[in-house]
Design a protein around this ligand. Structure first.
Ligand SMILES: [Mg+2]
Length: 324
């Protein structure tokens, strides 16, 4: 991209700011950023794309979209136990709308600043509205959380509450009033960074719940070569969820709903006592929902202790149409 082009002016106007982090040697404005990771750390890289019509609606609040684009990437860093550090942004825009861009940038920088992450580069192209962010974080060498360490007998835990965002989306699509606490979970999610840090050296495996607990716990089990049994009545649901849920229609949302951005993790049986310290350090509730088993697959037990077949396996981008 060359100075004098509309794209350059756009980046200059909305996305170029004074450097904030001491480890940014050179930020936005060159061919690449120069960064100095701390000695003794591993770099954690992750990226997420939000496509208009697939992940959000053209009418969605751009400030909330900026926030959410950062939050979904931070959630992946949290699931690795990483401290967020640097971001790069790739924007594909059908047109240059400065009001939209100002609001989007405000949401993006609002959350980035709150967690101490700095935007250090990016790219702008013309095309269907697509938002891509890459987030880089650091973790002390050898201390990253991974999906592949769960062992039979480990406890399965989840942070916060499940199903709030999926219920908010369902209510919104049905034209119903969405209670504010549920709308906030969908539009302005937060990542469990403090819990991710606290889980270093504690959790045997971890994943963030973005596509539904059943699907994401299934990914963790597959990577670890194990299975899991979870007790459905134990799945944590918020008061707002319980008040607004419409019976059977919403019954599976804590299990299959997307966009929760909670952490699901496993603790070796001997470390179950760590939970109260993790609640303190993570600043969120933690619920024991089941156990890791040697038999593969995720099985669910109902209130009577009977194994039941889950109705569907979360949101899969290539087999399921997501309502938008
Ligand atoms: Mg993830």
């Amino acid at each position: 991209m060359n100075p004098g082009t509309p794209e350059f002016a756009l980046i200059d106007r909305h996305f170029t700011r004074a450097t904030r982090r001491a480890d940014v040697v050179l930020g936005v404005g060159d061919d690449g950023a120069l960064l100095q990771p701390p000695a003794g750390s591993w770099l954690v890289l992750t990226t997420d794309t939000m496509v208009c019509g697939t992940h959000f609606l053209p009418t969605d609040d751009p400030e909330a979209l900026g926030h959410k684009l950062v939050a979904v990437n931070l959630s992946d860093l949290a699931a690795m136990g990483a401290d967020p550090a640097w971001l790069t942004l790739a924007l594909t825009l059908p047109e240059i709308d400065h009001d939209w861009l100002a609001a989007f940038a405000s949401g993006l920088f609002g959350l980035a600043d709150a967690v101490g992450a700095e935007l250090v580069g990016g790219d702008v192209t013309r095309g269907p509205l697509t938002l891509t962010l890459q987030a880089a974080g650091t973790v002390p060498a050898g201390m990253a959380l991974r999906r592949d360490g769960a062992r039979p007998g480990d406890g399965v835990y989840v942070s916060g509450t499940l199903g709030d965002a999926a219920l908010a989306l369902a209510l919104r699509l049905a034209g119903a009033t969405v209670p504010a606490p549920l709308a906030a979970r969908l539009d302005r999610p937060s990542a469990r960074l403090a819990l991710g840090r606290a889980l270093r050296g504690q959790a045997s495996a971890a994943i963030d719940v973005s596509d539904g607990l059943l699907a994401d716990l299934g990914h963790l089990c597959a990577r670890s070569g194990v299975g899991a049994e979870i007790d459905l009545p134990r799945l944590p649901r918020s008061e707002a969820f319980l008040a607004a849920a419409r019976g059977e229609l919403d019954g599976d949302k804590p299990l299959n709903g997307g966009d929760d951005y909670e952490l699901c993790f496993t603790l070796p049986a001997g470390q179950a006592d760590a939970v109260s310290a993790l609640i303190q350090a993570g600043g969120c509730p933690i619920t024991h929902i089941g156990q890791i088993s040697a038999a593969p697959g995720v099985r669910c037990r109902d209130a009577a202790g009977r194994l039941i077949a889950p109705s569907r396996e979360g949101f899969d981008h290539f087999t399921t149409e997501r309502p938008t």
